[in-house]
Design a protein around this ligand. Structure first.
Ligand SMILES: Nc1ncnc2c1ncn2[C@@H]1O[C@H](COP(=O)(O)OP(=O)(O)OP(=O)(O)O)[C@@H](O)[C@H]1O
Length: 409
């Protein structure tokens, strides 16, 4: 469920004092270029600089994060999010620049970090809590709450090397949130827990927000960003390309995702064309080839696609699919499941699919068209033939739009 909370719809609250300050922060990693064993043996003993390469994971980043803010770090894989989170947490040092932090910190960065595999869950709670700054007495007092929160009491005296990744995260998160942190850093790890636990974590994060704690999270769930964050920082190749309103940053990120997808499509070999069948083109009727037209929920939508078969096919299928910006299918229809009888095709034929009053949620959508035979083979796919937008709604979010009507009963 992704619903913008009332607070995130109603604009920004006054900012508290800065608790994290980053100034000109850069991070360089040195990566080896000779990655095969053979190459390593050949270059062994030669301290050749040319076999190492500098890689800048972050470049000159400056930002101030205020008390009480929930900041999401978003961006492609490898854009520098985790590196930035580790630098904020003091786990790694920047190559250049200044990082200042105020207050008690709890960080959930890598799965199992801060846990010792040979110790039991119970022993690790004490170890981890002490790393996070709690005394033994304080941990004694909170121990039962931590275990109850984690929901894995049966395994608390088991060595954690026998834990599943979900169990690790449950216990690590339980410890972190019981250490009374001013700043909580969370990397993707939450995605590991099951849905019930994720909900619990999100509820805790919301409570933390109301208590004025600062949260910095890395997530690939744009739904979570819209739901939780009041600020988002979009990273691209180690640079900040947007810092501000989460919805604006999500929109900018979606554009980047689309650019990358287009690059990948063009870099990949073309879909093979089987047996002389091909989808020649597809477009949205009434928009005159406009790139990325914007529609409104409930507006009829007509997809027109042209097919060609140069040697002739008796029975064939036109299949159309609509995906959202994160690549999930939101709609699919095909002629074999419709009353339309397609005549044998030799040459070209244009087929149209009309969707009556589709109630799509705001966002970007991609249309894929397939030419199939009755054995289920894809003779040709026109992947992401075109895209369109649906205007955002002020009163609801998600892939489906329905007018919300709340009432007290
Ligand atoms: N210890 C390291 N040594 C060398 N390169 C590294 C190291 N840690 C990270 N990198 C590189 O720095 C870049 C940024 O990595 P980082 O983990 O911060 O990205 P990310 O945005 O969190 O990605 P993801 O979404 O995949 O988690 C990547 O190209 C990664 O390969």
């Amino acid at each position: 469920m992704t619903i913008a909370s009332a607070s995130s719809l109603s604009g920004s609250a006054p900012l508290g004092p800065a608790v994290i300050r980053l100034e000109g922060v850069s991070k360089r990693f040195v990566i080896r270029k000779d990655n095969s064993l053979k190459e390593r043996i050949v270059t062994l003993g030669r301290a050749g600089k040319r076999h190492r390469e500098d890689f800048w994971a972050l470049r000159g980043l400056s930002a101030e994060l205020s008390a009480g803010q929930t900041v999401a770090l978003i961006g492609h894989n490898g854009s520098g999010k985790s590196t930035l989170l580790k630098i904020i947490g003091g786990i790694i040092a920047p190559t250049d620049g200044v990082v200042e932090r105020r207050g008690r910190l709890a960080a959930l960065l890598e799965l199992g970090a801060g846990f010792h595999p040979d110790l039991t869950g119970r022993e690790n709670v004490y170890l981890n809590a002490s790393i996070l700054g709690l005394s033994r007495e304080e941990t004694d007092e909170r121990f039962d709450d931590i275990v109850a929160y984690s929901g894995i009491s049966e395994f608390i005296d088991t060595q954690v090397k026998f834990y599943s990744s979900g169990m690790y995260v449950r216990l690590a998160f339980a410890v972190a949130v019981h250490t009374d942190p001013d700043i909580l850093l969370v990397d993707e790890v939450l995605a590991v827990g099951d849905e019930a636990f994720q909900r619990k974590c999100l509820d805790t994060i919301r409570t933390f927000q109301t208590e004025g704690r600062t949260i910095v999270l890395v997530t690939h769930s744009l739904g979570q960003v819209a739901e939780l964050a009041d600020r988002a920082i979009l990273l691209h190749h180690g640079n900040v390309i947007m810092d501000g309103d989460p919805n604006a940053a999500i929109a900018a990120f979606r554009d980047l995702l689309e650019d990358r997808r287009q690059e990948e499509i063009h870099a990949a070999p073309l879909n093979p064309v089987l047996e002389n069948g091909r989808v020649l083109s597809a477009h949205l009727a009434g928009y005159d080839g406009e790139r990325n037209p914007t529609l409104h929920a409930g507006e009829d939508l007509e997809i027109v696609a042209e097919f060609e078969h140069t040697t002739g096919i008796d029975r064939w299928i036109c299949a159309i699919q609509i995906d959202n910006a994160t690549g999930q299918k939101v709609y699919g229809a095909s002629t074999d499941r419709s009353p339309l009888e397609l005549d044998p095709l030799h040459g070209r034929r244009t087929v149209s699919l009309k969707l009556l009053e589709p109630m799509l949620g705001g966002g970007k959508y991609f249309v894929n068209v397939s030419f199939m035979d009755y054995a289920g083979r894809h003779l040709h796919d026109l992947t992401q033939a075109f895209s369109f937008n649906v205007a955002e709604h002020s009163d609801a979010s998600g892939s489906v739009y329905a007018k919300p009507e709340f009432r007290v009963i």
